[in-house]
Design a protein around this ligand. Structure first.
Ligand SMILES: Cc1ncc(COP(=O)(O)O)c(C=O)c1O
Length: 460
């Protein structure tokens, strides 16, 4: 972070930073990143950082995959833009759709493209509403998401998101979007409650909510297989099995948000496979193109597609899509990304190195400030607490995890802190074991710095 370089000064003068404390960036300055190489990025003063968050959980192939740059360049020369409205289509988008369905979870037979995770989740809400209108169920429109979920920030996807910062003063959530419990075993379980008993209680709460609202008014349930921005929260044993039984019982669509988990992150191609999910719609983005260009998609079940087809007969058009749905440059980069995943067997690579990261994280479990260590594949989190035995947190305003993450950055490792003093790890999928060790060593130093700060300030 800098206030002195020319880039930093100009940024402060002109840029409105998204998802940022605007006052803090004015006083501390931005971290201006100028280039990337492998899992590392470099700032405008030449300092190197191991990107332990793949940027925003997304740069799956790191920051210097030339094949993706070349795919974009080739496509720009050949066909820089075309669209998919009115039955037209850039050839490369067809190729991408075919390849995506080739690896998609069973039952998903059609792809609808968009540009961001938020847009894909917006689209999934619209599809749920549209389908129920088509089926003559105009009342069946409410959507249930979970507390702590992160599904984006557009008006509808931001409403799905179950985090206060996405709602407060933005007049969200909109009507007809409801929230049920986060499946957050570490914080939510009662004393002595097993994961199974906790999952059963949450499933009962979900069913009670559906019955209270009227099952004939609930259209869809949204879930991330592993919650990301909400704190890297893994589903407790039997949770999704129970939830899915309820959704089936009341004829409620299951939308699985794979924007983070998709394409290998959890040690399978999709989180859907890791947790045995049977979705009607899957949303993907981020690692779909290794994040080199914006692109997202809804993978839609064949059964839902049949309903859209019939509705198109009736209305004369399926009236949804963006100028940049199936943009050929994005499609070309995504296609090349999927080829790389296959050639390098990205799932096997994740399975090979993930135990190193999970074990390395667990090696900090006995530290007095570490309350919980959790993760799967190449995603994980360490929750910082004031009191290990009681799980008591620090005051939010003390910003303990934010301090830790600033110290990690000082030690050359970019991590992310989230509300509740949770520190997330989500390195590029190409990360090597030595780089995992380096990432965790940086975290370890930052943890020691944090312990010293906590002692000095008398916070514990
Ligand atoms: C699980 C999940 N869904 C949706 C989104 C929103 O994606 P975007 O920021 O591309 O709109 C995110 C972004 O972090 C995400 O983590």
């Amino acid at each position: 972070m800098s206030l002195t370089t020319s880039a930093a000064r100009r940024d402060l003068a002109f840029h409105l930073h998204p998802s940022t404390n605007l006052r803090q960036v004015q006083s501390e300055g931005p971290l201006v990143i100028t280039r990337g190489e492998g899992v590392y990025v470099y700032d405008d003063e030449g300092r190197r950082y191991l990107e332990g968050m793949s940027g925003l959980w997304c740069a799956s192939l790191g920051f210097s995959e030339r094949r993706l740059a070349e795919a974009a360049y080739r496509q720009m020369l050949e066909l820089p833009f075309y669209h998919s409205f009115g039955g037209k289509v850039p050839a490369v988008s067809t190729e991408l759709a075919e390849r995506l369905i080739g690896i998609a979870p069973a039952g998903l037979g059609r792809v609808l493209f968009a540009n961001s995770g938020s847009e894909a989740n917006d689209t999934a809400i619209k599809l749920a509403w549209y389908v129920n209108n088509a089926l003559g169920r105009p009342r069946k429109k409410k959507i249930i998401a979970r507390e702590r979920a992160y599904h984006g920030v557009t008006i509808a996807s931001g409403s799905l998101t179950g985090l206060a910062f996405a709602h407060t003063d933005f007049d969200l959530p909109i009507a007809r979007i409801l929230h049920t419990d986060a499946a957050y075993y570490y914080r939510g379980a009662r004393a002595g409650e097993t994961e199974e008993a906790f999952a059963a209680r949450l499933a009962d709460n979900l069913e009670a909510l559906i019955l209270r609202e009227g099952a004939d008014t609930v259209a869809a349930f949204f879930a991330e297989p592993v919650m990301g921005a909400g704190g890297v929260i893994l589903p407790p044993a039997t949770y999704f099995e129970r939830v899915q039984a309820i959704l089936r019982k009341y004829d409620i669509l299951f939308v699985v948000d794979e924007v983070i988990c998709g394409f290998g992150r959890t040690g399978n191609m999709f989180g859907t496979q890791t947790f045995d999910l049977k979705p009607d719609i899957v949303t993907v983005a981020k690692a779909l193109s290794a994040s080199y260009v914006p692109i997202s998609a809804n993978l839609v079940s064949t059964a839902l597609y049949e309903i859209l087809l019939r509705q198109s007969d009736k209305l004369g058009i399926f009236g949804h899509g963006y100028t940049y749905s199936s943009h050929p440059v994005s499609a070309a980069v995504a296609l090349e990304t999927l080829k790389i995943y296959e050639e390098r067997d990205i799932v096997a690579q994740v399975r090979r190195v993930a135990p190193r990261m999970q074990a390395g994280m667990r090696s900090h479990a006995d530290h007095p400030l570490v309350g919980d260590v959790r993760g799967v594949g190449l995603i994980g989190a360490i929750e910082i607490v004031r009191d290990k035995a009681t799980k008591q947190s620090f005051e939010p305003k003390a910003g303990v995890a934010a301090f830790l993450v600033r110290r990690a950055q000082h030690h050359g490792v970019i991590l992310r802190s989230m509300p509740g003093d949770i520190v997330a790890f989500c390195p590029p999928l190409i990360v090597k074991e030595v780089e995992i060790d380096e990432m965790l060593a940086g975290f370890g130093k930052a943890l020691d710095d944090t312990a010293a700060m906590v002692r000095e300030k008398g916070l514990a």
